[in-house]
Design a protein around this ligand. Sequence first.
Ligand code: AMP
Ligand code: MN
Ligand code: MN
Ligand code: MN
Length: 288
Amino acid sequence: MHFVSSILNADLHCHSVVSDGTLTPEELAARAHANGVELWALTDHDEIGGQQRAMAAARAHGLPYLTGTEISITFAGQTVHIVGLGFDAENESMKQGLRQTRGGRGERAREMAASLAAVGIHGAYEGALTYAGNPELISRTHFARFLVEAGVCRETNEVFRKYLTEGKPGFVPHRWATLRDAIHWISDAGGVAVIAHPARYNFTPTEEYALFSEFKAHGGRGVEVVTGSHSAAEYVRYADMAREFDLAASRGSDFHSPDESHTDLGALPFLPGQLTPVWELLADRIQQ
Ligand code: AMP
Ligand code: MN
Ligand code: MN
Ligand code: MN
């Protein structure tokens, strides 16, 4: 199969139980295959512990695979996500960097639980932990699922709106990795760094320009254009940004769960034209 066309059902962003998804790597591989995905990557948050399973399951379905992760970083006071694709999943400095990034999550979770307790919601740490498939990767999503189960809110979106975002009672600010380190971990392991869902951040135009410029300067090479987090107008806007900054374009659903995600694996429109698809840069890293 050739991977040089924009017309490819690539899905290079999703999450398993190894981070904050609800399906196993094997279930995701089966779902991607059934949905017609032609090139797949599992991109768990700050974690590559699911890569061998994802790769083996993809191979069993004859589904071409790229290694993946989604690294949390702090830039201009906000959390930004950097997707890494096509790296060597055995690379020691990358594993060490991700372990360090995961390290702060336990303490942050306890602080989140304490601030929720202060508004009368008790037992949230223990509750969230029962939803975390990987205790090193306790995330706000696990708190959201617990608060829905506890009847505090009707759905996870509502939990984020009322409790888990900046200025709300359960929000605890956290300093993640640096942009520079995340790009270097990925690039030094032979992969390509990609800015995840750029429309999701609340940057001023100047800050966004700085993000893209610094990302390029540190060796970043791609940006998500078509993602489950973008509107059709945002596909156009970030296609323009990709051309302006000479970045390759990526495509991924950001699928987490059949019950919670509105975009299923493989269910996005194709990349717009006149872009370099990120898989063109990664042709020799695809496992088939
Ligand atoms: P964390 O890495 O612990 O800060 O959790 C971030 C995760 O929370 C993201 O990867 C999403 O899966 C989820 N998330 C963030 N904002 C929302 C939202 N508004 N609604 C539902 N899930 C969200
Ligand atoms: Mn997530
Ligand atoms: Mn993300
Ligand atoms: Mn994601």
